[in-house]
Design a protein around this ligand. Sequence first.
Ligand SMILES: [Zn+2]
Length: 247
Amino acid sequence: MGHRTEALFRDDAYLKTAEAQVVAINDRGGILLDRTIFYATSGGQPGDTGMFERADGGRVAIAATITGETKDEIIHVPAPEQALPAVGEKLRLAVDWERRYLLMRMHSACHLLTVVCPFPITGAAVAEDDSRVDFDIPDAGFTKEDVTARLMELVRADHAIFTRLITDEELAANPSLVKSKNVRPPVSTGKIRLVCIGENASVDSQPCGGTHVRSTGEVGEIHIGKIEKKGRENRRFRIRFGPMPAN
Ligand SMILES: [Zn+2]
């Protein structure tokens, strides 16, 4: 049985700092806390980096955040040669907010791409400067200019992005909510977190455990950098920040 870390980022992705207590140090020097604002690598979104401040002012740099034995166990991986805190010690957590906010904008942009391209998703990876989503389609039939224009319509409309919990039964009754071809949301936990876009989720809703911005306007200017052919029935779309470069 793994430890269950209270994941504060699930209810408020905008928390930049928080207080927490060390509950364990694992055999590899990973730090387990009672609660955290650090997102752990999952669902294509990389885990947070940042810093823990100790009561004496000492600092512990955190190089990565990952899940442990279960998805509810969050492990903070210190950078090399950090002095480790003791079990029971209270810490002040600070995420690298600049990086996390870029990841939230990019992750939200990936949701918008799945609205513009409503096809089964075979993979996704979010990064600060370039994210990708792979779709199971034989021929995109899209140009990067068309997709960019439709993405920017959704950004400019400034639709709200919010979460809602549904039951396994509700999800089973609405199988079209799940867009991932290979990854199914965990069922049997009782509740599934849906990420919704637009009034009454009119633009989109899909199960997701990641961190997102509050409205599509916060995504800011984005464009499709490339549409690549990856196999006979797989197309990879790359999203980048900023305006589309002139040819
Ligand atoms: Zn998401």
